[in-house]
Design a protein around this ligand. Sequence first.
Ligand SMILES: Nc1ncnc2c1ncn2[C@@H]1O[C@H](COP(=O)(O)OP(=O)(O)O)[C@@H](O)[C@H]1O
Ligand SMILES: [Mg+2]
Length: 360
Amino acid sequence: MSDRAAAELEQSIRAALQAVPLPDGTALGQSDRLAGFSLNGGSLTTTIRITPEEAATFAPIRAAAEAALGQMSSVTRAMVVLTAERGAPPDLRAPSKPDAKPAAKPPVLPDVRHVIAVASGKGGVGKSTTTVNLALGLRALGLKVGILDADIYGPSLPTLLALHGKPRVDANRQLLPSEAHGIKAMSIGLLVDEETAMIWRGPMVMSAITQMLAEVNWGALDVLLIDMPPGTGDAQLAIAQGAPLRGAIIVSTPQDLALIDARRGITMFRKVDVPILGMVENMAHFICTDCGARHDIFGSGGAEAEAARLGVPYLGAVPLTMELRAASDRGRPVVAFEPDGVLGRVYQDIARNLVARLPA
Ligand SMILES: Nc1ncnc2c1ncn2[C@@H]1O[C@H](COP(=O)(O)OP(=O)(O)O)[C@@H](O)[C@H]1O
Ligand SMILES: [Mg+2]
């Protein structure tokens, strides 16, 4: 966006917020609390800076601001995020107790039977690839499945499922998820452009994720997989504390295991009392495109032994194949297009192993 377009956008947002009063009697439109203006398609995002103590006071102001911005002619969906700066990063060793949460909050994801985080210690290990194909594997078992892409800094669901266009909004101002191959899907990448998300600080990331959890109309689902951002920071904490997680799946490559990144992920979930449902070993061995031969580049059985050592169920191994990467890049997930191929069976086995670990 050019500087001029950005200035015009800020001006029109401020004008629309003139009618929203702050507790001190001034107009929100004139406040220096407003920051971060972005318009992506019809999806408008801005933030209001508050202190943590002001969160409750500003909840209705946030709602009024969203309603006012939603009236703007170029806007189909307005998202206003409250950002509370904190001195220190949140402490994972001291998760906030459930009774410390505001009492009036409606339940999050009430119609989803199992909310499951798919996580990894670091990026690039195949977390998103695993999430999408596992979701399709679960779907092939007859389950109703959704995917929430919470990877703020690298959302890949729009590519992997070839999703286009902005999410629509229902009569209750809830976002409607997109749908592909019988899977419901919502991505932060459909709401905010990547450059905007890149410069968000921790608290902004947390409240964006909290709103995505509370403001999407998933309908009834058996399983919602959350494609988590890599690592163990603010966003992970927002989900671990804000979503009713049944458990987490850890995706790791054989090298990743050796490099303890996966262990860090496991430790984080254990600290917030989220059970680890299992580990998926990705890029476990190489299948040669030309000869079809299997090469155990990192040896075999290492990951399974490591999972056992960590006390984590081993859900299965996905080979490194050209086919999987090419299909993913084209937005044609293998399990949807070749459910009975080698990879289709691999992911369906993993899906079955996962279901076996869920309460009936
Ligand atoms: N088993 C696999 N075989 C081949 N390529 C893979 C495999 N798993 C992932 N990839 C590729 O590796 C890259 C990173 O995978 P991705 O799922 O985006 O990782 P993450 O979500 O952990 O960052 C992508 O290009 C993806 O297509
Ligand atoms: Mg990813």
